[in-house]
Design a binder for this molecule. Structure first.
Ligand SMILES: Nc1ncnc2c1ncn2[C@@H]1O[C@H](COP(=O)(O)OP(=O)(O)OP(=O)(O)O)[C@@H](O)[C@H]1O
Length: 255
């Protein structure tokens, strides 16, 4: 199907504890560049925890302990000298519930570049337009950039959050159930957008929706109780999984 692609993200024997509770058990996986990798599995199996390791968002939770290696372009994300702020510029994140700032559409998208020091209004205008175009939102909002982001529909707000993530020119997009709060039409637009974005970005998406995983991803990882049970091309995982538990899950026998 696809030509091989170098790993953009990797984890090697990654373990994560919330206090005494181990949430990830020795996860070793390579996530290919400019591909979509879906993380699937029943509630509480560690998908979001794993996703958050790639932008060090778990660092913000008290009592979290991590061992093993997590890398971006082969550089250790938990090594000395790595700046988490720069990491989060390179690795953007979109959440289940869209979370625009209570500001104008323009200010939402310009926010990241401004924090990074961009002050030139014309340059910011360009970034805002480019990011909104890339998030398939420009035509919807170009005449109301100075109105509140909170006036947008749920699907538009989620695309605005994607535009906000793209504005700082990340290399990776982490998406934690980005469409689960949206109706089928808004969901389809997000899925189309993911399809377009993977030409330029490495995307990792957590989803509970098997059809969505099958539609949008090139690779699928099945997690169960903090372990990676199976990882492979989405086609293989959905048509010919090697592990019985994977098959039971994707065919809806449990979950
Ligand atoms: N901040 C936290 N503090 C303590 N335990 C946590 C925390 N976040 C997650 N956990 C626990 O770690 C395990 C993995 O949770 P995680 O949210 O990663 O799973 P998930 O597969 O993403 O679940 P869901 O699909 O329901 O979002 C669960 O047992 C959960 O209760």
């Amino acid at each position: 199907m696809h030509e091989p692609s170098a790993p953009k993200l990797s984890s090697d024997n990654l373990e994560l504890w919330y206090g005494e509770k181990r949430a990830l058990h020795g996860i070793t996986m390579d996530l290919p560049e400019r591909r979509v990798t879906a993380l699937i599995g029943p509630s509480g199996c560690g998908k979001s925890t794993y996703l958050r390791c790639f932008n060090r968002m778990n660092d913000l939770i008290p009592g979290v302990r991590i061992t093993g290696r997590v890398t971006l372009d082969n550089a250790d994300l938990y090594g000395k000298g790595l700046d988490p702020v720069e990491l989060r510029r390179r690795v953007g994140m979109v959440f289940q519930k869209s979370n625009p700032f209570p500001k104008t559409i323009w200010e939402n998208v310009a926010f990241g570049p401004r924090i990074l020091g961009q002050k030139n209004k014309a340059r910011l205008d360009e970034i805002v337009e480019r990011s909104l175009r890339n998030a398939a939102l420009w035509d919807d909002v170009k005449d109301r950039l100075q109105t509140s982001a909170l006036g947008l529909s749920g699907g538009q707000q989620q695309r605005l959050c994607i535009a906000r993530a793209l504005a700082v020119e990340p290399e990776v997009l982490l998406m934690d159930e980005p469409a689960s709060a949206l109706d089928p039409i808004a969901t389809a637009r997000i899925e189309e957008l993911i399809h377009e974005l993977k030409a330029r970005y490495t995307i990792v998406i957590v989803t509970h929706n098997m059809q969505q995983a099958a539609r949008v991803s090139d690779y699928t990882a099945f997690f169960y109780m903090g372990e990676l049970v199976e990882f492979g091309s989405t086609e293989t995982i959905f048509t010919n999984p090697k592990v019985r538990r994977t098959e039971d899950y994707i065919t809806g026998r449990f979950g």
